[in-house]
Design a protein around this ligand. Structure first.
Ligand SMILES: Nc1ncnc2c1ncn2[C@@H]1O[C@H](COP(=O)(O)OP(=O)(O)OP(=O)(O)O)[C@@H](O)[C@H]1O
Ligand SMILES: [Mg+2]
Length: 246
């Protein structure tokens, strides 16, 4: 299906622009021997720039597994992942981690903050890994991201000495450290009360729209799913329905 006047190259360029994150036919098995489980059974999706996509589905249907695979933290057993228009299947481990550091930000279900580090240091960790900024610029950028999530007055606080909602906001600031094009979030508002959960979600979605990022998140929260641009319903490792909220 090519529109008249549109070349294949045009279409490809458009797809790369429109979908910084795509996958086709992803399969993933976990466990060994008799406990081996076929967790992802042929997942295909595209997340466009400036859009928020939710994955919903019962516990154990494969949402987190999918986010790990799409985030290049775990390799699929079959299928193709395209990040920023590039097929990543042939990349070495080093190239994959470079891509991950440059292009992808994660907000995990459990924040995985370094608890003995300060808030500021936690947000600087991904910048140190990428190694593009001077220590001074890293500090400035981390401080401004933390300011944006309302934690400008807690920069030197130990991550351990924050409330759950505050830790979640640190995790969001950290996910943005390297200005990634793609954000992957696993229950980004899990364990937050309704008010904080809405606040955190609004914060991320405004940023996605303003800075034209792509966000894919897994959630059990129907309010968040309904506020997304697109919902993917997952069941037993397949997407059974995709579309804008009804
Ligand atoms: N290392 C493993 N070995 C075997 N099975 C695993 C392993 N890790 C996860 N699984 C199984 O894979 C399936 C998908 O798990 P996953 O964590 O992706 O689900 P989920 O949709 O994120 O669930 P939740 O909503 O509870 O977070 C589950 O049935 C789980 O038990
Ligand atoms: Mg999960």
């Amino acid at each position: 299906m090519t529109n008249s006047g549109t070349t294949v190259a045009d279409t490809r360029a458009h797809t790369a622009q429109a979908a910084p994150l795509s996958c086709r036919g992803l399969h993933r098995y976990l466990g060994e021997f008799e406990s081996r489980v076929h967790v992802l059974r042929g997942i295909s999706l595209d997340v466009a720039v400036g859009s928020v996509h939710s994955i919903v589905g019962p516990s154990g249907c494969g949402k987190s597994t999918l986010l790990y695979v799409l985030g290049l933290l775990d390799a699929p057993d079959d299928g193709q992942i395209t990040i920023g228009g590039e097929d990543v299947s042939g990349l070495t481990d080093n190239e994959l981690s470079q891509k991950r550091n440059e292009l992808i930000g994660f907000v995990f279900q459990f924040h995985f903050l370094m608890h003995e580090f300060t808030v500021l240091e936690n947000v600087m960790i991904p910048m140190r890994r990428l190694g593009r900024l001077t220590p001074r610029d890293m500090r400035e950028r981390a401080a401004s991201l933390l300011d944006a999530v309302g934690l400008g007055d807690k920069l030197e606080r130990l991550a351990d000495h924050l409330s759950g909602g505050e830790q979640q906001r640190v995790a969001i600031a950290r996910s943005l450290a390297n200005d990634p094009k793609i954000l992957l979030a696993d229950e980004p508002t899990g364990n937050l009360d309704t008010e904080n959960s809405e606040r955190v979600f609004r914060l991320i979605t405004e940023l996605v729209k303003r800075e034209q990022k792509a966000l894919l998140l897994a959630t059990h929260n129907p309010l968040i799913a309904r506020a997304s641009d697109f919902i993917h319903e997952m069941k037993d490792g397949v997407i059974v329905r995709s579309g804008p909220p009804a």
